[in-house]
Write a protein that binds this ligand. Sequence first.
Ligand code: IPD
Ligand code: CA
Ligand code: CA
Length: 263
Amino acid sequence: MIRSALMNVMTAAALKAGRALKRDFGEVENLQVSVKGPGDFVSAADHKAEKILFEELSKARPGYGFVMEESGIVEGSDKSHVWYVDPLDGTANFLHGLPIFGISIGLARDDQIVAGLVYNPALEALYIAEKGQGAYLNNRRLRVAARRELGEALVGCAIPHLGKAGHARFKAELSAVMECAANLRRLGAAALDLCFVAAGAYDGFWERGLKPWDLAAGILIVREAGGFVTDADGGSDILAKGSVCAGNENIHSQLLALIRSAG
Ligand code: IPD
Ligand code: CA
Ligand code: CA
């Protein structure tokens, strides 16, 4: 696999921020036993990683705009390019010492996602995709799972946390999917959840209440692995809607029908 200059830039930024996150993850495991808890420390780690990503990407591609989880929107002089950056997706996992978290970087050109990267530094898993070039995990080409029936499928989802909207709706959807899917998982990092679909680990995944930086990279990675992705109501403006349903063609349509009818 030959990496483009653009993907080299994205990878270098993610590896640098990933080294900082991994160091801090080692510390957070030690802080678990303290009474105050590691909350402030994690928030500092999150901001530090985002600063590294912002600096590295700005240096390599001056003028591109940014939509970042922690620092918000930075308008670029180049109006056609926007980076979507989540420096730490899976914060609750990170905070609790669970090694399922990652950096997510998506690049949109004229409102189309053209490149995506999700990097889990704890497991050294680097997922990348460029439009029309396929999706890869550490240089291995990815392909979505081939299972056709929901009754054989492992489906990822997301349980809304305390205080988040959508508990009732999720319970209805969960109950509908539980009746039909072989098995369900909630692993807690939406960008990685989408990569698990791309890698064929999950057969399908759905979630509501997400932000563009959770989704931009993962959407392209699933599509480049041959998967189908829409918002959770079947529409195509996934970033604006903030919901997602993904899988291979068969699982995507069965899962979508179930969650739509549950609402
Ligand atoms: C969260 C994770 C989680 C999802 C939440 C997101 P964060 O992102 O992706 O899996 O269920 O809705 O906000 O806060 O860890 O970056
Ligand atoms: Ca996130
Ligand atoms: Ca985050």
